[in-house]
Ligand binder design. Structure first.
Ligand code: FE2
Length: 148
């Protein structure tokens, strides 16, 4: 597996056992296992301004920062639909839900907006690409729904 895949997989490593110390505990855990600093940095920076003061700098760090929140919003939006699917989900539905403050309140809109800016992308473009990425793995992430 490549670096992006590994970091995507383990970035919430400390969340389950140490929810109060999320983004903090992971450094010592991975250091003990001799993980490279660049991996640790990328993982810690996904919680910038939320649970860490390490700023995402590299492109991959910024992608993780923005898309971690954005996938949460897309996931919640897809599950609200009759089809429960990401396959027929449109960008405008996600934008609408993003503006609705009470919806999926745990998703930090500011992180999405800032993260997308840091990627030099337009919000709609970022949502579109993320939906497309999620469609490729819809089965695995439980968002295939009733759309065949
Ligand atoms: Fe996290």
């Amino acid at each position: 597996m490549d670096k992006w895949g590994i970091i995507g997989l383990v970035h919430d490593l400390d969340y389950e056992m140490y929810p109060e110390e999320h983004c903090k505990k992971v450094r010592s855990i991975l250091k003990e296992e001799n993980w490279p600093e660049s991996y640790i940095r990328a993982i810690v920076s996904h919680g910038w301004k939320l649970c860490s003061d390490v700023e995402p700098v590299e492109r991959m760090e910024n992608v993780l920062y923005a898309i971690d929140e954005l996938t949460g919003l897309i996931n919640a939006t897809a599950l609200m639909r009759p089809s429960k699917s990401v396959m027929d989900l449109e960008v405008k539905s996600v934008v609408k839900k993003m503006k609705s403050k009470g919806f999926a309140a745990g998703v930090n809109r500011e992180v999405i907006i800032e993260g997308v800016q840091r990627l030099n992308m337009e919000l709609n473009q970022a949502i579109d690409e993320t939906i497309k990425g999620m469609r490729k793995v819809a089965e695995e992430i439980g968002l295939k729904g009733t759309v065949s």
